[in-house]
Ligand binder design. Structure first.
Ligand SMILES: [Zn+2]
Length: 273
């Protein structure tokens, strides 16, 4: 099941907490959006933590029940300065959460967890899985070269952007297809005459043409294209053509989806998943 960007933004309201550094928030949103485009759904489970909350967590497994989850007392964790985030992955259309570091939920032959780590590292975060003393695999942080002692004694990281912009998916409903680049569509090995469009690095496929090629009825209702029984949440209307995100179409059809960047081609294949 596809998770819509709108839904994921709502679930990640922790990133709106202004106690979290704006650069951290902006880079995290950008990473989460990039990952969403790949069908990887990141949930930020922790952002800012107060000193009292940190002390409470430190007590766990020591003076309180439970297993040890941190070596940092209050003031020793970068969460206390709004510079660290913990994450998990939404799976099963958002019905469940996973901390599996090896699973490949989106079927692109790479462990989703490590793809998340990569996306954050590419934006300047350090990963807790690389720590020597305490491997903290759901943890990323951006510390601006300051250790917690410096931060505790008042050193401040650079200010960061005054406005954090949450990326938005393609909402373009203009009358001009040619303002968007095209992509080719192959269904069960046959190339369609109709092309798809690219928006925000996502491929959107013409729903009617895909319906014709697969023998699945197509309709339109309340602003959403229908494919079989499914209303396509990512519907994008350009001119008089309805498009939807390739991954969602594949999902509704139960097809496998592949992307070839060299030829700009999306392939939908029956029964291959
Ligand atoms: Zn953490």
């Amino acid at each position: 099941m596809i998770i819509t960007w709108e839904w994921l933004v709502k679930k990640n309201s922790r990133l709106n907490d202004t106690n979290v550094h704006p650069t951290v928030r902006q880079k995290a949103w950008d990473a989460i959006f990039e990952l969403w485009n790949k069908g990887i759904y990141v949930l930020i489970t922790q952002g800012y933590r107060s000193i009292a909350e940190q002390n409470d967590l430190y007590a766990q497994g020591r003076t309180k029940l439970g297993k040890i989850v941190t070596n940092a007392k209050g003031g020793q964790s970068y969460h206390n300065f709004g510079l660290a985030l913990d994450f998990a992955l939404y799976i099963k259309g958002g019905a469940d959460i996973s901390w599996d570091e090896k699973a490949d939920f989106n079927g692109d032959r790479a462990a989703d967890w490590l793809q998340v780590v990569q996306a954050f590292k590419a934006r300047g975060f350090a990963w807790g899985g690389d720590f020597r003393s305490f491997k903290d695999t759901p943890h990323v942080e951006m510390i601006f070269g300051l250790n917690y002692r410096q931060l505790s004694s008042g050193s401040k990281p650079p200010q960061g952007p005054s406005i954090v912009t949450i990326p938005t998916e393609c909402k373009q409903t203009t009358s001009k297809t040619n303002s968007l680049p095209n992509c080719f569509v192959v269904v069960n090995g046959a190339k369609l005459l109709a092309t798809g469009i690219m928006c925000d690095n996502l491929s959107y496929l013409p729903v009617r043409a895909v319906g014709n090629a697969t023998g699945v009825p197509v309709g339109f209702e309340n602003g959403k294209a229908l494919l079989g029984k499914g209303a396509l949440q990512t519907t994008l209307v350009v001119g008089d053509t309805g498009y939807a995100h390739a991954r969602e179409i594949a999902d509704v059809l139960g097809y496998k989806v592949d992307w070839d960047g060299k030829t700009q081609t999306v392939s939908l294949t029956k029964g291959a998943r």
